[in-house]
Design a protein around this ligand. Structure first.
Ligand code: MN
Length: 165
């Protein structure tokens, strides 16, 4: 499913071989999942979008089987540098406890409306994002669906596993 290796080996400014998926004009960005042993163990799921990490807390971690849904509670945007953060947040501080990178890699937005790719930002605003993950542990397609709005924004989402690659 992923063309990353194919793309890495070629300079499409120089070769006329097909680039593939060019219709979608999409590029991959960073994702990270951090295991966070705070007062309640959870996994923080982050996608790089427009220079920040859009973030969700997954109380029960990633969905493991196709069509399995997991609650994802939207949290505040984090700086992109946070994707490299591992360590202990001191007692008394927000989110006190150990943070460990559980998986990391690239994500690719594949959300379309009427056959046209929509930006990740627009998809998130609409509360429906289809995407691919290419990490060390996680490889495959997923969907985020917003189902509960608090204070105008989307607050609670479902993360659904689609297919393995
Ligand atoms: Mn957390």
């Amino acid at each position: 499913m992923s063309l990353t290796k194919y793309w890495q080996k070629r300079d499409f400014a120089k070769t006329r071989e097909p680039k593939g998926r060019s219709r979608l004009k999409t590029k991959s960005s960073l994702f990270v999942i951090q295991k966070h042993e705070s007062s309640k163990l959870h996994y923080d799921f982050r996608l790089e979008v427009a220079g920040v990490l859009k973030s969700w807390a997954l109380p029960k971690g990633m969905p493991e089987k196709v069509n399995e849904k997991r609650l994802a509670v939207e949290t505040e945007d984090h700086p992109t540098e946070y994707a490299d953060f591992e360590g202990a947040i001191p007692k008394g501080e927000y989110g006190a406890g150990k943070v460990k990178i559980w998986d990391k890699g690239t994500f690719q937005n594949i959300t379309t409306i009427d056959g046209q790719l929509v930006s990740t930002q627009k998809a998130l605003k609409k509360g429906h994002l289809n995407f691919l993950l290419e990490g060390n542990k996680i490889k495959g397609s997923f969907t985020f669906i917003a189902f509960k709005k608090i204070n105008k924004g989307h607050n609670q989402w479902l993360l659904i596993k689609r297919n393995d690659t």
